[in-house]
Ligand binder design. Structure first.
Ligand code: DMJ
Length: 673
């Protein structure tokens, strides 16, 4: 402190701390002297003049200030470091993307994504549910762990419930609001059109099981919601008028019986599980537990009851982990075994599941080739689950036998096989449609199911596809659509069943599993054709069979339809293939095509009082002539594949872990990729 007054008053009192700098000391005699030596000397003199107490106090003060300085330096350092790092990051970004300067972090909350809520559609993203408990699937000797997806499917139920609440609220609002669509057009709620598909999130492949575990459940989108609504509507009809019976007759509000085993209900079980319809599932489960009885004097078709009932029960067991379904599967599996007691071991077509007897159809001792070679996935799985080899042995023997048979044409098989001789009959006719179709499908799928080790199956599959290319592929006019025709005694026919539309999906599945890349090219061409079988028809729905024009004719499209073939049975094959194509390519046009098909089912086959119906005339939009029957595969397959097609979640029935049987029931791959 500078104090001229204190200096004038004589030496300071000792008990004060005072540093007095007189003017003569600040300015040297003879002028300004600021040399270092002079300053050092002068300071030292002053220091010496201080009392001991003053010196101690000054020293203490210096020490105190030094400590404070160190402390504040440390805390400032941290803040400084982060500031320095941030600016380094910013600098780096600028170097990596020249010219791009990142905006400063927003202070306001980030705006909602455009697709978080499509106009007047409900908000569909859901809160992350609590982690569900691990669901054990069946007994411990099953070897295959419950797939991670199953755990997630549990949460889907909660997701659907939340979506439903939103939809309910949305419905009320929509009714009050004179029904304005998100596009601004006035529409009926049922005919609501699609959201822009480009906004739907791309799937993200989990890199590991752990990653999958941590993955957020993928929210259900509008198109999936439309499938849920369609399923509910179909289920309402079944429940109101056909509960516990095989098929709904939605117009006459009654039912038809085929085997008397609640076919629609069983076929639909795993669809309900996948769609997250918990209440419906529980209700159906109760029926299975209390009312499904196989001890009945009834003839059932071996193939149909295997793919729909045995397949449906097995897949539901895998998805739900509920042993009730495995018990029922064992029961029906055992009851079907008498079919294999034939001289050739090629099974009969029909079995009486109450009496334990089997027989061929009344008019022949032949069985259909597709039927005896498309029961393998289910029986093999039953053996694996029960540890009882007899099921697998019986069906493997059929495949081994067919592998060695003569009468094939470059891998293409005839349609019939005799249960006495074990030989093909009606030689010379080759198709990928009815009676042969799923033979080809199951060659590939058994090979996948068994971990890609059974080479004979693969050989037969590869040879058959070469046979298809050589004998059955043609191009139509005018659009040059690649299609699969038929060969009868050397004559090519440009006829293609809708059933053949399973083929693009199967080819794509093979390519996904490492088979020839040109299979994928063929799949792409064929799925386009299958789509055109819908798009070129007045109702936008495919007939059962089409004939392709081979030569361009004025006013003619590629697709011709004969009066006897104009019906549509709500079949799944095209939607099934669209699902595979979308899964493997990510090309959204496949989803868009499926969406068109769903809308046309809603337009022409939906019965207002509940259910959907097959129709007789796909060429007459003003009267498609309802047939009054809802096939069980509409719920078992068509709507399931629709739901999966519209999903962007590759883990919703992951195709590296599951293989679908020919009725769309997913069964585990024994050695998943
Ligand atoms: C279903 O039962 C199965 O998909 C079978 O393989 C063929 N027929 C129907 C569906 O069209």
């Amino acid at each position: 402190m500078y104090s001229g007054a204190a200096a004038a008053a004589g030496p300071p009192r000792r008990d004060f701390i005072s540093v007095t700098l007189g003017p003569e000391e600040a300015v040297g005699v003879g002028g300004y002297n600021n040399s270092k030596a002079w300053r050092r000397r002068s300071c030292w003199r002053k220091w010496k003049q201080l009392s001991r107490l003053q010196r101690s106090v000054i020293l203490f003060l210096f020490a105190f200030l030094a400590v404070c300085g160190v402390i504040s330096y440390t805390s400032m350092g941290e803040a400084w470091k982060s500031i320095t790092n941030k600016s380094l990051d910013e600098q780096r970004t600028e170097q990596e993307i020249p010219g791009l300067k990142l905006a400063k972090p927003a202070v306001l909350p980030a705006p909602q994504k455009a697709d978080a809520n499509h106009g007047d559609y409900p908000e569909l993203s859901l809160q992350k549910p609590p982690k569900p408990p691990h669901v054990r699937r069946g007994p411990s000797n099953l070897q295959i762990k419950a797939p991670r997806r199953d755990v997630k499917l549990q949460t889907r139920h909660e997701a659907v419930r939340a979506v439903e609440e939103l939809v309910e609220a949305d419905k009320v609002e929509k009714t009050e609001k004179s029904i304005i669509s998100w596009r601004g057009a006035v529409i009926e709620p049922d005919q609501s059109t699609e959201p822009p598909s480009s906004k739907i999130k791309e799937p993200e492949k989990p890199s590991s099981v752990e990653a999958e575990d941590q993955k957020e459940p993928v929210p259900i989108n509008e198109r999936q919601l439309a499938v849920i609504q369609a399923f509910r509507h179909a289920w309402k009809g079944y429940k109101d008028f056909a509960w516990g019976h095989d098929e709904l007759k939605p117009l006459s509000k009654s039912y038809s019986e085929w085997f008397g085993l609640g076919l629609t209900l069983i076929d639909a079980l795993d669809t309900m599980w996948i769609l997250g319809l918990k209440e419906e599932f529980e209700e159906a489960r109760k029926w299975v537990a209390n009312d499904l009885v196989f001890d009945k004097n009834v003839d059932v078709n071996l193939f149909e009851s295997t793919i729909r009932i045995l397949g449906g029960l097995l897949s539901t067991y895998h998805l739900s982990g509920d042993s009730l379904f495995l018990e029922k599967a064992k029961d029906i599996g055992n009851r079907l075994m008498p079919a294999f007691k034939t001289p050739s071991k090629i099974p009969y077509s029909d079995v009486n599941i109450g009496r334990g007897t089997a027989h061929p159809p009344r008019w022949t001792s032949d069985s259909t080739v597709a039927e005896v070679t498309s029961i393998q996935l289910e029986f093999r799985e039953l053996s694996r689950l029960t540890g009882d080899e007899k099921f697998q042995k019986a069906v493997d023997e059929v495949m081994k036998h067919v592998h060695t048979l003569s009468g094939k044409n470059d891998g293409l098989v005839p349609m019939f096989i005799n249960t006495n001789s074990g030989q093909f009959t009606h030689l010379g006719v080759y198709t990928l449609g009815a009676r042969a179709d799923s033979y080809y499908e199951y060659l590939l799928k058994q090979w996948i199911q068994g971990g890609k080790k059974e080479n004979e199956l693969l050989e037969d599959y590869m040879r058959a596809i070469e046979g298809v290319k050589k004998h059955l592929l043609q191009r139509s006019a005018p659009k040059k659509l690649t299609f699969v025709g038929e060969l009868a005694h050397g004559h090519f026919s440009a006829k293609m069943d809708h059933l053949v539309c399973f083929l693009p999906g199967t080819l794509a599945l093979g390519a996904h599993n490492g088979l020839a890349a040109d299979h994928m090219k063929l799949a792409e061409a064929l799925i386009e054709t299958c789509y055109q079988m819908y798009a070129q028809v007045e109702t936008g729905l495919s007939p059962e069979i089409v004939h392709f024009n081979l030569h361009a004719q004025k006013g003619h499209k590629d697709v011709e339809i004969k009066p006897a073939d104009r019906h549509n049975l709500l079949r799944p094959e095209t939607v099934e293939s669209l699902f595979y194509m979308y899964r493997f390519t990510g090309d959204k046009k496949y989803q868009d095509w499926g969406w068109e098909i769903l809308q046309n089912f809603n337009r022409y086959t939906r019965v207002p009082t509940g259910g959907y119906t097959s129709i007789n005339n796909v060429q007459n939009p003003s009267n498609p002539e309802p047939r009054d029957k809802m096939e069980s595969f509409f719920l078992g397959e068509t709507l399931k594949y629709m739901f999966l097609l519209f999903s962007d979640d590759i883990d919703l029935i992951n195709l590296d872990k599951y293989v679908f049987n020919t009725e769309a029931h997913p069964l585990p791959i024994w050695v998943p990729a």
